[in-house]
Design a protein around this ligand. Structure first.
Ligand code: SOE
Length: 379
């Protein structure tokens, strides 16, 4: 079968996560079309070459336009900062390439909508890397909800807590810290962290109708890594919002980089009439589950160790009881994308799903700005 030739743009944290997934997927999820790591593209040629050497890419490029123009590239994977997602994705769609894009899909919903139009017009397979859907315990939560085991859902509660930007010495801009530069990131924790919470929530609990939000920028000025100047900080350091889902349930969402002691504590809890479930990224292989239909004396929260063969994805890995981790969620995502190609159906989250999340983050930022409830606009 014809191989799929990959052109990866970006050699940072996400470039590594994706390259690792491409290398592993065929070993654990047998493929009929081999994946070929054809080229990695980044602005610094020496870094791109070092990355290619480490991960086994055949060649390098320093200009993404050249990568897209190459006839030997089938799939463009965008693991570069947010401000270039739209331009690259639209050009890649026009060139007829398959496109995988890091989250958030774009700097804002208008830009995300343009990306959706481009991939729709070009009819190219597309997906956004919201990887947490593919943690087996989170996929199991989806199965339990779809089986109706929670009954009517009343509450959704999500948090994503970090503490890495508390020091005023952390710069904005540059490799690793571009997430603090609004011109590159679009927003702060709303687009970076709440976007994950929102993607999972829309998947598990359906659409969000309206939100009421507050944001804060605790450190007002930071040195810019590029210019060396002290500049005003325009991202949100913390963001919290109330939401009403279309199914009538009420929600609270919170994200911050100022929760001392927490590194990447993504948690959610869902309460329904017949049961509740809870998940915690720091203990990612467990799903907490309460079933109200259990009989009286033994009724209580159970902690399901999601490592058995009948759990999502787990029969592809080790023997029952042995855990997998963060990087495997990326392996699962590319495995599902490739399965989708074989089956002729789109693997979610597609760009259209990514746009749905950006419409919510736009509403959150609008609400924080106006200090009013805001409706989530239609796609
Ligand atoms: C930020 O620190 C970050 O790396 C996000 O950008 C990722 O999407 C998240 O998964 C972990 O935290």
């Amino acid at each position: 079968m014809k191989p799929i030739n990959i052109g990866l743009i970006g050699y940072g944290f996400m470039g590594r996560a994706h390259a690792n997934a491409y290398r592993k997927v065929g070993h654990f999820f047998p493929q009929d079309r081999p994946l070929v790591l054809k080229a990695v593209c980044g602005r610094d040629g020496a870094l791109a070459r070092a990355f290619a050497e480490t991960w086994g890419f055949e060649s390098t490029e320093t200009d993404w336009r050249k990568l897209i123009a190459r006839a030997d590239i089938d799939l463009i994977d965008i693991a570069a900062p947010n401000n270039v997602h739209a331009e690259i994705a639209i050009a890649a769609a026009q060139a007829g390439k398959m496109i995988l894009c890091e989250k958030p899909l774009a700097m804002n919903a208008a830009s995300a909508a343009a990306m959706v139009r481009a991939v729709t017009r070009a009819r190219v397979p597309n997906m956004v890397w919201y990887n947490y859907r593919r943690v087996p315990a989170v996929t199991l939560a989806k199965q339990l909800i779809d089986e109706g085991r929670l009954g009517k859902i009343f509450h959704y509660r999500a948090k994503f807590l970090q503490d890495w930007t508390i020091s005023a010495e952390v710069p904005q801009g540059g490799a690793g810290t571009w997430r603090l530069d609004a011109a590159v990131a679009g927003s702060g924790v709303t687009g970076d962290l709440l976007a994950h919470c929102i993607d999972t929530a829309l998947w598990l609990n359906g659409g969000i109708a309206e939100v009421s939000a507050m944001t804060e920028t605790f450190v007002k000025r930071r040195q810019h890594a590029g210019t060396g100047k002290l500049q005003a900080v325009a991202i949100d350091d913390a963001s919290a919002f109330l939401a009403r889902f279309r199914n009538g349930s009420l929600a609270t969402f919170e994200a911050t980089r100022y929760a001392r002691g927490h590194k990447a504590l993504y948690t959610f809890e869902i309460n329904g009439a017949d049961g509740s479930l809870a998940w915690d990224l720091h203990d990612l292989h467990r799903l907490q589950w309460f079933d109200h239909r259990d009989t009286g004396a033994v009724r209580g929260w159970r902690s399901i160790h999601v490592t058995d063969r009948d759990h999502p994805y787990m029969k592809q890995w080790w023997v029952p009881g042995l855990q997998i981790g963060y990087e495997h969620s990326f392996v699962h995502q590319i495995a599902d994308f490739l399965q989708g190609l074989r089956d002729g159906r789109a693997a979610a989250p597609t760009f259209r799903d990514g746009l749905a999340t950006d419409l919510v983050t736009d509403a959150v930022l609008r609400s924080a700005r106006t200090r009013r409830w805001q409706k989530v606009r239609a796609r």
